[in-house]
Design a protein around this ligand. Structure first.
Ligand code: CDT
Length: 312
């Protein structure tokens, strides 16, 4: 048995006015809870240091700059890394990354239990739009603020386990899990910020949006026989509500734990990484069963082309 006690560190909303120091204090409190619970690994959500700023349009470089981290850890975030290392807890944490040469990514990193960064992922599936859209009830400007990730879907060794990361919208794309599944991933860590309303369809309910979130991570887990930890930043941010509903999903695709609140809440579950073996050696033994000669379209084209050549 290769057991990892995993803490899904759900966060409630972060208001625009909240400082990094205030947010870091919340992360440290969650880490204290995790140490009490005996966690080996704690997963924090997407963009866990700030409000979900892509819901606001800005072209002001000074305003944009304050959402981004030029260093990780930097002076304000270092206490999180130090506390985790002191406690022997590996962490995965999402933030807005500014590279030394000026590129901006929606990024998630992971440390080992000594605080060394052992994995980095830059979000590939950026949802929303790139220009201000007056038709929407609120904005989702990830394509304005970020470039698509340039690191692929890396899988790395940590805690004697093959691990990978996804970020929010990635969870809706089976290709993302399969890229990692083909590297033998056993644990996928992902964080999300998902509005409880659809800015283009007022009739879509929050329950349906939670269902789509669960469906996506459960399918990804089952079809690749991997654990998935899916962690929300939920609740209200300056009047904008996001779904919570963080879950830990086993390699059968079953939810084994779910948060009860929309606030900062640590969800803990002891996960056996060897539970991934059976699926990987039977129905999802990729080497025996996949038929790549029939999958060419998946990498040849993005949009739909009907058999008669028409698009749409
Ligand atoms: N953060 C993020 O990726 N949120 C998206 C919202 C989609 S609506 C444009 C999500 O997939 O949950």
């Amino acid at each position: 048995m290769r057991q990892i006690v995993i803490g899904a560190a759900q966060m409630g909303g972060i208001q625009k006015a909240e400082t990094r120091a205030q947010v870091v204090a919340r992360l440290l409190a969650l880490l204290d809870d995790a140490a009490q619970a005996g966690c080996d690994l704690v997963v924090f959500p997407e963009l866990c240091l700030t409000t979900f700023f892509p819901r606001w349009y800005s072209e002001d470089p000074a305003e944009i700059e304050r959402w981004f981290e030029p260093d990780m850890p930097g002076p304000e975030t270092r206490p999180v890394f130090e506390s985790a290392a002191e406690k022997g807890i590996a962490i995965s944490l999402g933030y807005a990354e500014l590279t030394p040469d000026g590129h901006r990514f929606n990024t998630q990193i992971m440390t080992d239990q000594s605080g060394q960064i052992v994995g980095k992922y830059r979000k590939i599936h950026l949802p929303g739009h790139g220009a201000f859209d007056p038709e929407r009830s609120f904005q989702h400007l990830e394509k304005h603020y970020f470039e698509p990730g340039d690191l692929g879907f890396p899988v790395f060794r940590n805690l004697d386990t093959w691990m990978g990361m996804l970020i929010c919208n990635d969870r809706r794309w089976p290709e993302a899990y399969r890229e990692m599944g083909l590297q033998g991933v056993e644990l996928v860590c992902l964080g999300y910020n998902t509005p409880s309303a659809n800015s283009q369809n007022a009739s879509e309910s929050a329950d349906l949006r939670q269902f789509h979130s669960d469906l996506s991570v459960q399918a990804g887990a089952y079809q690749n026989s991997t654990w998935v930890v899916s962690v929300a930043k939920g609740g209200v941010e300056d009047g904008h509500h996001m779904i919570a509903g963080s879950v830990i999903v086993d390699p059968n695709g079953q939810i084994v734990a779910r948060t009860k609140t929309e606030a900062d809440e640590l969800l803990v579950h002891a996960c056996d990484m060897d539970a991934t073996r059976f699926g990987k050696e039977s129905v999802f033994d990729f080497k025996r069963h996949r038929r790549i000669e029939h999958y060419g379209r998946i990498t040849r084209q993005t949009g739909v082309i009907h058999p008669d050549g028409s698009e749409g």
